[in-house]
Ligand binder design. Structure first.
Ligand code: GRF
Length: 221
């Protein structure tokens, strides 16, 4: 733990329960990382409150005040780059990002998506998993690329779909796994174990042939 802490910026739009899970893990599990700032495009995002409570700097950038997607993204880039972060975490950030933004942060921009990608990109993933009669659903953390929910996948956690599940019961069980998976992946970044190279994910210098499947609770290593 003598290395400099990994500097992180988190982008949110809403509840911020994943942000909370990462904040909790950072304090409890002594991950060698620091959230420099939390940016939201919604003034009333509960996640902003969570960040403030944890003593983390917060910024609200109102996307409706910008003429187009690119100028909003440029305003975000300006804020983010002041902190020179090694990792930018999308945690329920509900805006599509421009190609310019995505390329600017290639290899250090990650997202969490509530499905076993490549299944169910986009919205309403839980209902779609039920409708498709999938017996296995789950969550993925992936590098962000120019294709929506389409970047190289780092890790996943599975959740069985029960016969009596509706979208809400399934969402809550997936969310529990999200809260385990995102801190775990963050820890790996803090340990410099994950890297993106030529669109492939490397873990401990080895190219992954498939995403890491996590089944156990987050543990300090
Ligand atoms: C999560 O379901 C996440 O997978 C998706 O957006 C939701 C954010 O929830 N990308 P929260 O704001 O972290 O509670």
């Amino acid at each position: 733990m003598s290395d400099k802490p990994l500097s992180i910026v988190v982008l949110i739009s809403g509840s911020g329960s994943n942000l909370q899970a990462i904040i909790d893990a950072l304090s409890k599990q002594s991950i060698n990382a620091e959230i420099k700032t939390v940016i939201s495009n919604k003034a009333d995002a509960l996640g902003l409150e969570r960040a403030r409570k944890a003593g983390i700097n917060t910024i609200f950038i109102n996307h409706t005040e910008y003429d187009d997607r690119l100028s909003f993204d440029q305003a975000m880039i300006q804020e983010i780059d002041q902190h020179n972060p090694e990792l930018i975490i999308l945690a329920g950030f509900m805006r599509i990002l421009s190609d310019e933004f995505v390329s600017h942060y290639t290899g250090r921009l990650i997202n969490i998506h509530p499905s076993l990608l490549p299944n169910f990109k986009g919205l309403n993933t839980h209902q779609r998993a039920i409708d498709a009669k999938h017996v296995k659903h789950g969550v993925s953390v992936h590098f962000v690329s120019n294709e929506l929910d389409g970047g190289p996948i780092i890790a996943q956690a599975e959740v069985p779909v029960e016969l009596n599940d509706d979208a809400e019961t399934l969402r809550l069980r997936v969310l529990e796994k999200e809260h385990m998976l995102y801190p775990q992946v963050t820890q790996w970044f803090a340990q410099h174990r994950i890297k993106l190279e030529n669109q492939s994910v490397y873990f401990d210098q080895k190219e992954l042939s498939k995403p890491i499947l996590i089944s156990q609770a987050f543990t300090e290593e």
